[in-house]
Ligand binder design. Structure first.
Ligand code: AP5
Length: 218
């Protein structure tokens, strides 16, 4: 199963991707997580990406295309994959088409997670993230022990791009560059709009239903 998660910042892509990949035994390919790890490790890639990410701007297409091409070559992605945060621009989507064509593969499902802006802003202003495993926590999905990750006990931190002015910039990037991708994939009949408002369990159930039924695809 080859899946793309689309949705604005704070829609719950990362939260749901972790659950869906565990359920289906496929890897989560998150360009945001990979870039944040590169920043934390101080690699050449991280140095190139840091200022843009902190400002809430997209990093150049060729950088993320390279990351995904490499990730798709990994044996762990042979059975399927879930792309979280990629593609984000039309040139990234056309590059992905080329990468998949080369490998004789295609996208089976695009889940378009829909959440109103006021809910997104509320979620991101309360978000804390584990710097090690990238799990996000919020007011409605708190960790068991305040300030520490449930999975690895790491101290949680606020992402630099979750400051209010950066969140506005990320929303603008999404609306001007990423929202177009719903139309790009609709023509292939693989897009399912999923209501992203509700508990994390409720949204997960809706996604599973969308992945497992053909009705309503457009
Ligand atoms: P990325 O990490 O992809 O960030 P994003 O798309 O802005 O998405 P977020 O991680 O903010 O939100 P999410 O939808 O995953 O929501 P989450 O599950 O955390 O990208 C970061 C940056 O990297 C970009 O700005 C760019 O610079 C760069 N980048 C990455 N990919 C790129 C690309 N392809 N091209 C160019 N640049 C790229 O949930 C949010 C909060 O809500 C959490 O606190 C969570 O606990 C809570 N929550 C989740 N679900 C629910 C629910 N149902 N009810 C209540 N709370 C919930």
């Amino acid at each position: 199963m080859n899946v793309i998660f689309l949705g604005p910042p704070g829609a719950g892509k990362g939260t749901q991707a972790k659950r869906i990949t565990a359920r289906y035994g496929i890897p989560q390919l998150s360009t945001g997580d990979i870039l944040r790890k590169a920043v934390a490790d101080g690699t050449a890639l991280g140095k190139k990406a840091k200022a843009l990410m902190d400002a809430g701007k997209l990093v150049p297409d060729e950088i993320v295309n390279g990351i995904i091409d490499e990730a798709l070559a990994s044996p762990s992605a042979a059975k399927g994959f879930l792309l979280d945060g990629f593609p984000r621009t039309v040139p990234q989507a056309t590059s992905l088409d080329e990468m998949l064509q080369r490998r004789g593969r295609k996208i089976d499902h695009v889940i378009d997670l829909q959440v109103p802006t006021e809910v997104l802003v509320g979620r991101l202003s309360g978000r804390q993230t584990c710097p090690k495993c990238q799990t996000s926590y919020g007011k409605d999905a708190p960790p068991r022990r305040t300030g520490f990750c449930d999975k690895d006990g790491e101290k949680l931190a606020v992402r630099p791009d979750d400051m209010p002015d950066r969140v506005r910039q990320r929303m603008t990037e999404y609306e001007s560059k990423t929202a177009l991708l719903t139309g790009y994939y609709k023509a292939r009949g693989v897009v399912r709009a999923v209501d992203g408002v509700g508990t994390v369990d409720e949204v997960e159930k809706r996604i599973v239903q969308a992945l497992e039924t053909d009705a309503g695809r457009h």
